[in-house]
Design a protein. Structure first.
Length: 284
């Protein structure tokens, strides 16, 4: 009986303690809610918006910094806040000017460095800052352009290593010639200077160009057997000129060359290995 009474007192004390703890937790929750309400009130002032904008700005987040400043005028429209509106506008101009300067500087720098370095620079900039939509789009477009350029440069280096030849200059233009029916014919032509960058003599070298119109139709193909059997080999570091032109062109019966020339691209192959593509300049 005594044991039951003792057990009863123990359970009772636990219940009382539990009720006290619940009451205490409830009071703490109410206090926290009250503090949160006060904190929210403090946040809803122009001063707090300026502070939040500054914090975003320091972290490179121009998007949120500008959003905070733009919202001041709508959130606090009263004439009592006219000074805050003016201050927000001035700061907005400063932030917008600075983010534009950063992006402009990056885009200018990528013009003077190689594609791989450009990719790294743009990626680092995008990870460090959050820019407005239009500026961010410009960086993304520059990033994609340099990624494509890097792939082309990689392919070019691989082609050079494979064939031991580097193209050191390309001159493109339209040449005037005579067609089979004795009319003046304008055809695209290339003068290509190639250099032996290998450590060995090159005993066979052919340069081919396929001329392709903007609608992807082939205008013509030509191959210059620059070094063939029996010719003197191309020694290391020596340079040779190849000339290729399309056998098909455009008639210019009056010989005045006043019509608009089409867009034509030349795909260049060295010893049957694709090297690069170039657009034909609209020069005569």
């Amino acid at each position: 009986m005594k044991n039951l009474y003792t057990l009863f007192l123990l359970v009772l004390s636990i219940i009382v303690s539990s009720c006290a703890n619940k009451q205490e937790l409830k009071q703490k929750d109410e206090a926290i809610d009250s503090l949160q309400t006060e904190l929210n009130k403090l946040k809803e002032t122009p001063e707090s918006y300026f502070l939040f904008a500054h914090d975003y700005y320091k972290n490179g987040n121009f998007i949120e910094a500008i959003k905070k400043l733009e919202s001041i005028k709508n959130r606090f429209p009263s004439s009592n806040y006219s000074k805050d509106h003016i201050a927000a506008e001035d700061l907005l101009k400063s932030y917008r000017s600075e983010e534009n300067s950063i992006v402009t500087e990056i885009l200018n720098r990528v013009k003077s460095i190689n594609a791989n370095e450009s990719i790294e620079l743009i990626q680092n900039t995008l990870s460090k800052y959050s820019f407005s939509k239009d500026l961010n789009t410009k960086l993304i477009e520059a990033l994609e352009r340099n990624r494509k350029l890097y792939e082309k440069q990689k392919a070019l280096v691989e082609a050079q290593q494979k064939i031991g030849i580097e193209i050191i200059s390309i001159e493109s233009y339209w040449k005037s010639t005579i067609s089979n029916d004795y009319n003046e014919l304008l055809v695209p032509e290339l003068k290509i200077k190639v250099k032996n960058i290998s450590g060995n003599d090159i005993k066979e070298l052919k340069v081919k160009a396929t001329f392709v119109q903007s609608n992807n139709e082939v205008l013509g193909t030509d191959t210059d057997y620059t070094i063939y059997y029996g010719d003197t080999p191309l020694r290391p570091n020596q340079i040779k000129l190849a000339i290729v032109s399309s056998e098909i062109g455009y008639l210019d019966p009056l010989g005045i060359k006043r019509f608009d020339l089409p867009d034509v691209k030349a795909e260049i192959y060295i010893n049957d290995v694709f090297y690069k593509s170039v657009w034909i300049k609209k020069d005569f």
